[in-house]
Design a protein around this ligand. Structure first.
Ligand SMILES: [Zn+2]
Length: 297
């Protein structure tokens, strides 16, 4: 199960109701997908450990997506963090972060490592629980989207295994050795197990509609997509390299995702329901990102 908490949903600049777009993924550690201004305060407010932020995944280097890094790293420094913080982002991220953190006022006593992801890459981050892939999207700056996937696990076909005489301790024995022999018959682990694939979440970052998002979101459990504008402002959306709620719904439908969450809203929309309704006409299971919205996938 993957747990997501939205920290903000605004595009370009914060509103009285929300900081700009970013969200946290909580496993044993905390992972941030974009880090908008005030992200640390949102983490505190929603009781997500800011001290456990392990990596920050930046969709691109526009200020509404990274300003929160400055405050967060200063707080982490003050609480005595020693562990390295890793920041992944598109081309230019490592140079930008190097310049930023070379300013003596921003230096930290813990290492900050920034890694450029210039093209589609599987497993930019991977641990026992999750894997993160990155892929290019289309914005008016180098930009990437992310696929977050739970690691697959090897599960027993219980009935089949028991039918072949595997019981009790023999389950761990076959796992350790890869095969066992029962009544003279050799049974291989792969004969009695199958791979159970984990849950899948895709985040577009800021982008016009792209084939890449459709491809990476195929059958995903959740798609989180830039929905800066409504269809009534489609021309502005394309001019500024953003998507409309309708675009998001069409992508979700094409990719056959299970759920769509719209985010990164222009501050011209006081009532976000119009965006949800617009998308909902094409893709029913659509929701609106709001600060504090928690989604279990
Ligand atoms: Zn943005």
């Amino acid at each position: 199960m993957l747990r997501i908490v939205f920290l903000g949903n605004a595009a370009a600049m914060p509103t009285p109701n929300s900081p700009t777009s970013s969200f946290a993924l909580k496993t044993g550690s905390t992972f941030l997908f974009d880090c908008s201004e005030g992200a640390q305060r949102q983490l505190m407010k929603f009781k997500i450990s800011y001290a456990k932020v392990k990596c920050i995944f930046l969709s691109h280097l526009h200020a509404d997506h990274f300003l929160g890094i400055l405050g967060l790293t200063q707080t982490l420094n003050m609480i005595g963090r020693k562990e390295e913080l890793i920041i992944y982002g598109p081309t230019g991220t490592s140079e930008f972060m190097k310049n930023l953190f070379s300013q003596k006022q921003l230096r930290t006593n813990f290492p900050i490592k920034a890694i450029d992801v210039p093209r589609a890459k599987k497993g930019i981050y991977s641990d026992k629980l999750i894997r993160v892939d990155a892929f290019p999207v289309k914005h008016n700056a180098p930009a990437i989207g992310f696929l977050i996937e739970e690691q697959p696990i090897n599960k027993f076909h219980e009935e089949k295994a028991r039918g072949l005489g595997i019981k009790g301790r023999l389950f761990s024995e076959i796992q350790d050795k890869g095969e066992i022999t029962i009544d003279g018959k050799k049974i291989r682990l792969e004969d009695v197990t199958f791979m159970k694939y984990g849950k899948k979440i895709v985040y577009s970052g800021d982008s016009i509609p792209t084939a890449n998002v459709v491809k990476y979101s195929e059958s995903a459990d959740l798609l989180i997509h830039d929905s800066t504008f409504s269809d009534a402002h489609n021309a502005s959306a394309k001019e500024k390299f953003h998507s409309t709620a309708k675009d998001c719904a069409e992508i979700a439908k094409k990719a056959k995702v299970k759920k769509l969450i719209l985010t990164h809203f222009s501050n011209r929309y006081e009532n976000l329901d119009i965006l949800r309704e617009e998308a909902g006409k094409i893709f029913e299971n659509t929701d609106i990102a709001k600060p504090g919205l928690e989604v279990l996938v």
